[in-house]
Design a protein around this ligand. Structure first.
Ligand SMILES: NC(=O)c1ccc[n+]([C@@H]2O[C@H](COP(=O)([O-])OP(=O)(O)OC[C@H]3O[C@@H](n4cnc5c(N)ncnc54)[C@H](O)[C@@H]3O)[C@@H](O)[C@H]2O)c1
Length: 341
């Protein structure tokens, strides 16, 4: 079975490509490398001893897509390609809508033209918005996301629903990720943010390796046990395996009456301070930090109800916070400058 993975050179994509290859899938990656390096693909090939068909191209470019679907027989698409910086999305919303929404529509249109009907979409817990109480469960209505980035995810979920109603052959899954962290246990692939990291763990790791002086904790006066935000951190390898479980399930379904939605999380919340402490304990590296004001749009706490993925996909996050810290550190300390060493 041939799987087209858009954004497959990125953080979650590269780990998923590795798991797909290990499961015997043939993988074609389409990535414009705007936030990644082809080195990630090379390392996946080394780790798996298998080859990936890599195409440098853009989902916003209809000709690039047409070339891929004309040249390769594609059975399923896993669509990671997106811009994901929440803060930047507030400053440049059109860039985000163009890349994430128009890019997805181009891809779906090209799939329809070539009669490719299986689709797995990288959605996010942000689509639950501020109104829904946690733990978030898939039966809740879509909320109002706190950023244009989140809005793009919500819009694509709606586009998928409409497309599903109009085309009986179309089978789609939206996977709502919580907070992926960690790296492959080899330390060969991991998260390699360009510039100042937007997410907690890459920042923590860069402080520990000496690239940054200290971490800023945004707010310690939230109504949570230690005053810092609680999030549902899951190991990126668990998340990658969740995609394989989703694909294995999707190909067994003859039709889907509606888009299948699954939370991929652990079902527990961990505070920012607990993450810092766990990192220090597991690595022996101090992480100096200072507390600053709350960041606009940050919710005090949320985590997943992860029951549906367990029941239906037979998938469950297995790795604990300690493994997430050890694997992050192995990646960061072996690759202080990410892939560009
Ligand atoms: N990392 C998270 O915390 C998180 C949480 C929820 C959802 N997601 C979603 O998961 C997906 C993957 O996230 P990630 O953390 O691996 O991000 P990433 O930036 O590491 O990976 C995204 C990849 O897509 C590529 N890309 C972006 N726009 C493209 C385009 N127009 N054409 C072709 N390639 C393009 C980038 O070069 C990159 O390789 C994204 O859709 C993201 O929104 C991520």
């Amino acid at each position: 079975m041939n799987v087209l993975v858009t954004g497959g050179a990125g953080y979650i994509g590269s780990h998923t490509v590795l798991c797909l290859l290990n499961e015997g899938y043939h993988v074609i990656v389409l990535d414009n490398l705007c936030n990644s390096s082809v080195e990630a693909i090379k390392r996946v090939e080394q780790l798996t001893q298998q080859s990936v068909t890599f195409i440098e191209g853009d989902v916003c470019n209809k000709q690039h897509l047409e070339n891929v679907f004309t040249k390769h027989k594609v059975d399923c698409v896993i669509h990671f390609a997106a811009l994901k910086a929440v803060g930047e999305s507030a400053l440049q919303p059109l860039k985000y809508h163009h890349n994430n929404v128009s890019g997805s529509i181009n891809l779906l249109s090209c799939m329809a033209k070539h009669q490719v009907n299986q689709f797995i979409f990288s959605s996010s817990a942000t689509v639950y918005g501020e109104q829904n109480p946690y733990p978030y469960i898939e039966t809740m209505p879509l909320g109002t996301p706190s950023s244009p980035y989140g809005t793009t995810k919500m819009i694509v979920e709606r586009v998928l629903e409409d497309n599903n109603k109009a085309n009986v052959d179309f089978k789609a899954i939206s996977l709502r990720y919580f907070n992926p962290i960690g790296a492959h246990p080899s330390g060969e692939i991991g998260e390699d943010p360009s510039g100042i990291p937007n997410n907690l763990l890459p920042f923590v790791a860069q402080v520990a390796v000496g690239k940054r002086e200290k971490l800023t904790v945004f707010g310690d006066d939230y109504p949570t046990p230690d005053g810092t935000c609680l999030r549902d951190y899951l190991h990126v390898m668990d998340l990658a395996e969740g995609h394989v479980a989703a694909l294995n399930w999707l190909k067994q379904q003859t039709t889907l009456d509606e888009v299948a939605v699954f939370n991929l999380g652990t079902g527990t919340g961990t505070s920012v301070l607990n993450i810092i402490r766990a990192f220090e304990t597991e690595t022996g590296k101090p992480v100096p930090y200072e507390v600053a004001n709350r960041r606009e749009g940050d919710l005090p706490a949320f985590w997943a109800n992860a029951d549906k993925a367990k029941q239906v996909l037979k998938w469950q996050a297995k790795r604990d916070i300690n493994a997430m810290m050890q694997d992050t550190w192995r990646w960061q300390s072996n690759n202080p400058d990410g892939y560009s060493k």
